[in-house]
Design a protein around this ligand. Structure first.
Ligand SMILES: [Fe+2]
Length: 311
């Protein structure tokens, strides 16, 4: 049951992971390593918009142009040589053992205001658990705004569902099919998004909900099993954020994580994670224990080049 939000808690990563698996949240004030990270991201965003304030760019251009700018920006951020280096330093500075902590590539997201763009690169996430999208139950999500945010630019947790199953479409989701087909040409999805994603299949009580309203470089850590969604942005300016995921190898091996209440998807995203020290992939014999379906090797790993929006 979610009952606590730990703020700037001085504790071990081990303790933190246990609390996260129980549904608690951890919130951190900006730390230097994270400030370096968002400064790097902000520089790339501002370069892409060429002098136009990214937060107000939607008022300066047609949505097609906005998509044209953001579509290459997202993979460029992932592949920039500095991105991985800074991220390793970030994860270490929050007390994670890089020898045991595996990190997925960080994603850059933009949520424009007042429904300017709600699909494709600007996908507004309906309530979901990342575990419906083949995230392992020990996955920890890190969410970081790049500019100061207001409550209308935040993300929402729906804490009542941490212990309550929700009827959903995850049974139809196969991560490897999603990698090979689903992400392709997502930049074309400007007005609507037709890609099949696991969604709730019964009414969701969006309240009570919890939103972290953070300064730029603040961070919220949460279990991938938490039901969460994008808050409708009515603030008048776009939100830009980074999120990334970590898993601890010992917990992967021991299958220790949040409880699986209602995820029935196929395949696993564990092959996307890279070791904090040398960025090598997780040993295949460990990942295999999570695999329930077969797929060609190239489909088993996420391809940032073709990705627009992930869980
Ligand atoms: Fe998510």
């Amino acid at each position: 049951m979610m009952h606590s939000v730990y703020c700037d808690m001085n504790c071990s990563d081990e303790f933190r992971r246990r609390q996260l698996y129980e549904g608690q949240l951890f919130i951190y004030s900006p730390r230097q390593a994270m400030l370096n990270f968002i400064e790097h991201a902000r520089g790339m965003i501002e370069d892409s918009f060429g002098g136009i304030d990214p937060r107000r760019a939607q008022f300066e251009m047609p949505v097609e142009r906005y998509v044209e700018i953001c579509t290459p920006l997202k993979p460029r951020f992932i592949h920039h040589p500095e991105t991985k280096k800074i991220l390793q330093a970030v994860v270490e500075s929050y007390g994670c053992d890089l020898d045991k902590t595996y990190i997925d590539v960080p994603r850059l997201r933009m949520v424009t205001s007042d429904g300017y763009l709600t699909s494709g690169v600007g996908y507004a996430h309906h309530p979901h658990r990342d575990t419906w999208f083949s995230a392992p139950m020990m996955q920890i999500n890190w969410w970081v705004p790049i500019y100061d945010i207001s409550t209308e630019q935040s993300m929402a947790f729906h804490p009542g569902y941490f212990d309550t199953p929700l009827k959903n479409g995850s049974e139809e989701f196969n991560y490897y099919e999603w990698n090979s087909v689903g992400r392709k040409d997502a930049s074309k999805h400007i007005k609507t998004d037709t890609r099949k994603q696991p969604k709730p299949e019964e009414p969701v009580n969006l309240f009570p909900q919890f939103r972290a309203v953070l300064p730029a470089g603040g961070a919220v850590l949460f279990s991938a099993a938490h039901l969460h969604s994008t808050v409708p942005n009515t603030s008048g300016t776009a939100r830009y954020s980074i999120d990334f995921r970590t898993v601890h190898l010992d917990d992967v091996i021991a299958k220790r994580g949040a409880e699986n209440l209602d995820s029935r998807c196929h395949g696993t995203s564990l092959r996307d994670f890279m070791k904090g020290t040398d960025l090598t992939r997780m040993p295949e014999d460990i990942v295999k224990a999570y695999d329930d379906v077969d797929a060609p090797e190239e489909a088993k790993i996420f391809k940032p080049e073709t990705a627009v929006s992930a869980s």
